[in-house]
Ligand binder design. Structure first.
Ligand code: SAH
Ligand code: SF4
Ligand code: F3S
Length: 473
């Protein structure tokens, strides 16, 4: 069989912004004849879309690159050149270092220039053609600009199909400068896309079969875009606009900052029907002293108040969060306050990390770095409380019926995996034709990280077809 399309393999690390960007990179490369492949073997182009949020990212990248170089060399000997590219936040932060230490890499580019990919690919292809194949040097393209033009204006329409659930980036970058975090340096200044652009993309996604939209941004609720006439549009306004789109079943957003949880936004959680009863609202720590040192600009009690207000308008809302233990200066008493906050709030899911000093951030220069063994012990203690909360949250749904949107396939044959409104992962044995649909599922058992259940069926109809309770169908 002759291969008509060039094979593109993208490996994505990090947050949902990167997941969205990887899909958009595929959209940009599709008109150039690239199709997505799920294996790096034999690929014509490999992109590592990297994350720099915690340590070891750079070392891990170099070891991945070392392995990919072998594939690149093999391809050069057998059937042509492979373009090897590093994108994302490590590329932005360590671009020069990557070109120095891994000169065989063809392209290194940051998150804001994906629209320039066609030009970069053309330059790389030319460089390959001009070179002696035995030469190991890559094309040497480095683009870590924060350009004035927005990549969103330049990216093409979507080519890849998105399935039932899709991400939509509405905001990028961050101006908050938490003292532990690299994002303001790797993603650049805060930028909000214009309202109409977002609505157009949302409509296109929904026309292609998407039922659930997750609005994305590093500070998504700091969104402040403009409408056609230049009038300011807040994040809450945007939610109301999106909620009006025909066919939208589920609306979510991530990641939000507690400082931007306005009363209007909280009210919207009670008013907008499509808004799912789940919110990821990173708190990081429970001690006011540590929160101040982190430059989070809220207190533990302010966070608790936001949660109380959310629960007043949406009593069943499930809450998840991010935590950092071992931030410089964190005492045992500070850590106990984090535990206290966790016990007060009760989370359905969480992500917790040991503080990792990031080069170039103020936190890395702070005195009183916490000993690793102490941070490890605290992380373990925190995670055991969070895990118990998650398990209890899962168990509370056993026996209930939940609408589940099936957007993934399970590991076993005949198994579908979907999400409840509360973001539980729910496994069921179900026919393939239910993929992409929202179906009522009776929850039978709960595990620490997921639920299992069975499809709720009605009576058999005359043709002996199982009738299934579709939701919103
Ligand atoms: N914009 C989001 C966070 C994005 S980064 C917010 O403001 O909440 C995702 C998570 O990674 C953070 O919430 C934090 O818990 C963790 N994180 C970020 N920098 C870190 C660091 N230097 N060490 C450990 N964890 C970190
Ligand atoms: Fe990082 Fe803070 Fe910005 Fe979140 S708000 S991306 S943690 S600087
Ligand atoms: Fe990582 Fe960059 Fe996202 S550092 S968390 S990929 S914004």
């Amino acid at each position: 069989m002759t291969k008509t399309k060039k094979q593109l393999y993208i490996k994505t690390f990090g947050c949902q912004m990167n997941v969205y960007d990887s899909v958009r990179m595929k959209d940009v490369l599709s008109p150039l004849g690239y199709e997505a492949s799920d294996s790096p073997e034999g690929a014509d182009m490999i992109v590592l879309n990297t994350c720099h949020i915690r340590e070891k990212a750079t070392e891990k990248l170099f070891s991945d690159l070392g392995r990919l170089k072998k594939l690149k060399d093999k391809k050069a000997k057998e059937d042509g050149e492979m373009i090897l590219a590093v994108a994302g936040c490590v590329a932005q932060a360590e671009g020069k270092e990557i070109t120095r230490r891994a000169p065989y890499v063809d392209m290194v580019f940051g998150p804001q220039v994906y629209h320039r990919l066609p030009e970069m690919v053309a330059r790389a292809t030319r460089a390959h053609a001009e070179k002696n194949p035995s030469q190991v040097k890559g094309a040497g393209i480095l683009d870590i600009d924060f350009p004035v033009e927005s990549k969103f204006d330049q990216l093409p329409e979507e080519f890849e199909t998105r399935g039932a659930s899709a991400f939509l980036s509405i905001q990028e970058g961050c101006d908050k400068f938490c003292t532990f975090c690299v994002v303001p340096y790797t993603r650049g200044a805060e930028y909000s896309r214009p309202l109409e652009d977002i609505l157009t993309e949302a409509k296109r996604l929904m026309a292609s079969g998407v039922r659930e939209l997750t609005l994305l941004g590093q500070n998504v609720n700091a969104y402040h875009g403009q409408n056609k006439s230049g009038k300011e549009v807040t994040f809450t306004d945007l939610l109301y606009h999106i909620a009006e789109l025909d066919g939208l079943e589920r609306l979510r957003y991530t990641t939000s900052h507690p400082r931007e949880m306005t009363q209007d936004l909280i009210r919207a959680h009670g008013e907008i029907e499509a808004m799912m009863p789940y919110l990821h609202l990173p708190v990081q720590a429970g001690s006011d002293r540590v929160l101040e040192a982190m430059n989070r600009k809220y207190t533990g009690d302010e966070y608790r108040k936001i949660i109380d207000d959310l629960r007043a308008v949406r009593p069943d809302i499930a809450l998840s969060s991010d935590f950092i233990v071992g931030f410089p200066g964190e005492s045992e008493k500070d850590f106990q306050e984090t535990l206290k906050l966790v016990k007060d709030v009760v989370f359905s899911q969480s992500y917790s990390f040991k503080y990792s000093p990031r080069p170039g951030t103020p936190g890395a220069l702070m005195e009183l770095q916490v000993e690793d063994a102490v941070a490890s012990r605290r992380l373990e203690e925190l995670q055991s409380v969070l895990d118990a909360q998650q398990f209890a949250f899962n168990e509370a749904y056993v026996g209930q019926t939940l609408p589940v949107l099936f957007d993934r396939r399970g590991k076993e044959k005949g198994q579908l995996l979907g999400r409840s409104p509360y973001m539980h992962s729910v496994y069921v044995t179900a026919p393939e034709r239910l993929f992409g649909e929202t179906i009522n599922v009776k929850i039978q058992s709960a595990g620490p990280k997921s639920l299992t259940g069975k499809i709720v069926t009605g009576e058999y109809d005359k043709k002996d077809h199982l009738e299934i309770e579709r939701v919103n169908a």
